[in-house]
Design a protein around this ligand. Structure first.
Ligand SMILES: [Zn+2]
Length: 494
């Protein structure tokens, strides 16, 4: 029997806030010394009172708004009871029946171009736990230490409906969510640092069936590549179990990257095992419209809308659009350059194709400029090239005033010291020579000194002309217009 995978995702994200969720300790994920950012509240001392972090509440609501979700007027914190050494209170303050965000959806495209719409069940706010480290003492005994710097850091949990049907789709969902979270400034969402953690609920059912099969939760996945691999492995494993006539066991499985396998960790608890009840130390949150309005006003253009605008307005290909979507600073700079090019485009009339000119600028930015930036690790905001000068250089390339080889030299010079491209071209004597009269003598010399190649060309080896153009280009010290050279050479030989 053919089965289809049914996958739901849970994503935990550490929020970027100044202080922790319920106390004034700093929320500093880069703190290397253990147990520095701690106090009686986040250590769970009896008699202390937690006070919710307004910034964290607002950030979760902002995410909800970006997901087109409902923000209920009433929200409440609950205690989730369980024991673990990294949880000093013996319970975690979380949200159960009344999360900050209900419903919503995220849309994105898969590699094959198909569009996906994944519904979000809820987004709620809770606190992170401490961190355990296991080692060996000088005496050779096993040791375990606990660092509470992370305990009480605001943690956003997002749960999707079981709408996902493949490992690739799960990965794309996670990547799109990460992009959204970064756009909103809610978190850096770095998976390798544990700022974003993905868990997947995976089950199989006969294709076309309505009921769900037994689900397995896969944890400990710390990159999107592994999200895809772990889910693909789990789908295959469950298919094999079912094919052999056995039943899938409901459990939690970890992902072992070195072996490329999931492995059983523990049998899954149900919600009743946590004995959720309303947190008596925190009054319910009542979210008034004025407050929600002020949070909504912070919504900027989101990745989906920007992707569409860049495609429609600039007619860029999908790969280039994605480069800009992933790098908001570069995208902003690109738009400034295009804006600086507008006057020139209009003044040129029919002599410029707008889309072609914009594509030229996009290419120089995403290829050459990006390469220089990566070599120096320079942020876009600190570049010495003004958008006006960048635009001017693009116009000169478009109008064939300089060759592409010379343009790269000019761009490199501009990147290192700034400056006006026309001045740099004059100083370095780089302007392109396009007049046939001045190039004719060079062509004549090159043909005279490369009789063998000319002979080959005459025998029908038309590719040989490249070598002649190359030689003439060299003789002109890179300044000749290659198209003009080609015409002159062809004419001269005939
Ligand atoms: Zn604290």
């Amino acid at each position: 029997m053919e089965h289809e995978p049914v996958i739901g995702i849970e994503v935990h994200t550490e929020l970027k806030t100044r202080t922790k969720m319920f106390c004034d300790c700093l929320n500093d994920p880069d703190e290397k010394h253990p147990n520095v950012n701690i106090c009686p509240i986040c250590l769970g001392h009896p008699g202390t009172l937690p006070v919710p972090n307004k910034e964290a509440v607002e950030k979760v609501i902002l995410v909800g708004m970006a997901l087109h979700a409902e923000i209920p007027a009433y929200s409440q914190f609950d205690r989730k009871n369980y024991f673990y050494p990294d949880l000093p209170k013996g319970y975690q303050i979380s949200q159960y029946e009344h999360p900050l965000v209900k419903g919503g959806y995220l849309e994105f495209k898969l590699a094959d171009g198909s569009e996906r719409h994944i519904r979000v069940t809820r987004v709620h706010l809770e606190e992170d736990t401490g961190r355990l480290a296991h080692g060996t003492s000088d005496m050779g005994h096993g040791t375990s230490t606990v660092d509470f710097n992370r305990a009480g850091i605001p943690l956003m949990e997002l749960v999707t409906e079981p709408d996902i049907r493949s490992a690739e789709e799960a990965r794309s969902f996670g990547e799109e969510l990460q992009l959204l979270i970064r756009y909103l400034g809610v978190s850096d969402a770095d998976m390798e640092k544990g700022e974003m953690r993905v868990e997947a609920n995976v089950s199989l059912r006969p294709r076309g069936a309505k009921e769900f099969g037994t689900k397995v939760e896969v944890k400990n996945i710390n990159s999107f590549k592994f999200v895809e691999k772990a889910i693909a492995y789990e789908v295959k494993r469950q298919a094999d179990v079912l094919a052999s006539g056995k039943k899938v066991v409901q459990e939690t499985r970890g992902w072992d990257e070195s072996r490329g396998q999931t492995f059983s960790q523990r049998l899954k608890e149900g919600a009743t095992d946590y004995r959720y009840f309303p947190e008596p130390d925190i009054p319910p949150l009542v979210l008034d419209q004025a407050w929600l309005g002020s949070i909504g006003a912070r919504l900027t253009e989101l990745p989906g809308a920007k992707r569409k605008r860049f495609t429609d307005e600039y007619k860029l290909d999908e790969k280039t659009v994605e480069l800009f979507i992933g790098d908001a600073d570069l995208a902003e700079y690109f738009e400034q350059v295009v804006s600086e090019m507008t006057e020139w485009i209009q003044s040129m009339g029919d002599r410029v194709e707008r889309d072609k000119a914009i594509k030229l600028a996009a290419n120089y930015l995403t290829v050459d400029f990006q390469k220089m930036r990566k070599e120096t690790a320079a942020p876009v905001s600190e570049t010495l090239i003004t958008p006006e000068n960048f635009a001017e250089l693009m116009a000169m390339i478009y109008e064939d005033k300089i060759s592409s080889a010379a343009a790269k030299q000019v761009l490199d010079h501009m990147f290192r010291t700034g400056g006006d491209p026309s001045e740099i071209i004059r100083e370095k004597n780089l302007s392109q020579e396009s007049s046939p009269e001045s190039l004719q003598s060079i062509v004549a010399e090159v043909l005279a000194s490369h009789e063998d190649i000319v002979a080959e060309y005459k025998k029908g080896k038309t590719n040989a002309i490249q070598a002649l153009i190359g030689a003439a280009m060299k003789a002109s010290r890179g300044k000749a217009n290659p198209a003009v050279l080609r015409t002159l050479i062809e004419k001269s030989i005939q």
